[in-house]
Design a protein around this ligand. Structure first.
Ligand code: ADE
Length: 232
């Protein structure tokens, strides 16, 4: 996958992109990321990317020219991209969308800042508008990173264990079950006996039950209460 991220803050994104899964995918040659500072496509003396809204009102609006030029430049070099506009107006991101994005050969994110975009930017390209949820971020950068990471970890071969992307939360019917590792006791809290029992059927039943409970109680205050492992 080749990903172009249009942003005014490439230096803020670079360190995150170079770590962990996204860094590994790039080292594997399965991901290429181009950070495009669209201020480089503003050609007035002040390299202006935003301006006051016509009709008045607070804040600044991203101007169309630098963004059009940046996208046209990227596509001239690499060919057409599937274009994602992270914004609160969009359809809410989920695992199905992550899987869809993971199958794109070329993916472009436009990260806005300020009060919003000149509407002609929306009209000028075939955007898929995607929101992370019903809240407002100061810009699209964190949303683009979230969506990219969720997509890239689904590219075959990026995760160490091929199974782990399939077995976990949201791919099946239930959220993931709780996990424990050593030590067996930590500050008075014990690993549930069943996980130490060696009884594989009982372990499977326990995991299934806990996953079902977490799923049924998601967004409720008792979601993580485990009646089989009470707080000491
Ligand atoms: N940009 C600002 N708020 C956002 C949100 N909730 N989701 C995606 N992009 C955004």
């Amino acid at each position: 996958m080749r990903c172009a991220i249009l942003t005014l803050f490439p230096d803020a994104l670079r360190p995150y992109l170079d770590e962990s899964i996204l860094g590994i995918a790039q080292a594997q040659g399965k991901l290429r990321v181009d950070l495009v500072d669209f201020r480089n496509f503003a050609f007035d003396p002040h390299r202006t990317v935003d301006d006051r809204p016509f009709g008045g009102g607070p804040g600044m609006v991203l101007k169309p020219e630098p963004i059009f030029l940046a996208i046209e430049d990227v596509e001239r070099t690499h060919g057409p991209f599937h274009k994602v506009l992270p914004c609160p107006r969009g359809r809410t991101f989920d695992q199905a969308k992550a899987r869809e994005l993971s199958q794109r050969e070329r993916l472009l994110f436009l990260c806005g800042r300020y009060e919003g975009y000149d509407e002609r930017i929306r009209e000028g390209f075939a955007w898929e508008e995607v929101s992370l949820g019903d809240f407002v971020l100061a810009g699209g950068e964190l949303a683009a990173l979230c969506m990219l990471e969720a997509a890239v970890r689904l590219i075959p071969g990026v995760l160490g264990c091929a199974e782990s992307a399939v077995l976990e939360s949201f791919e099946g019917e239930w959220l993931d079950h709780p996990q424990y590792t050593r030590p067996r006791e930590f500050r008075g809290r014990h690993v549930p006996d069943v996980l130490l029992s060696g009884d594989h059927a009982a372990v499977a039943r326990w995991r299934h039950e806990r996953a079902r409970h977490l799923t049924a109680h998601k967004n409720r205050s008792d979601a993580s209460t485990d009646p089989t492992n009470p707080t000491p």
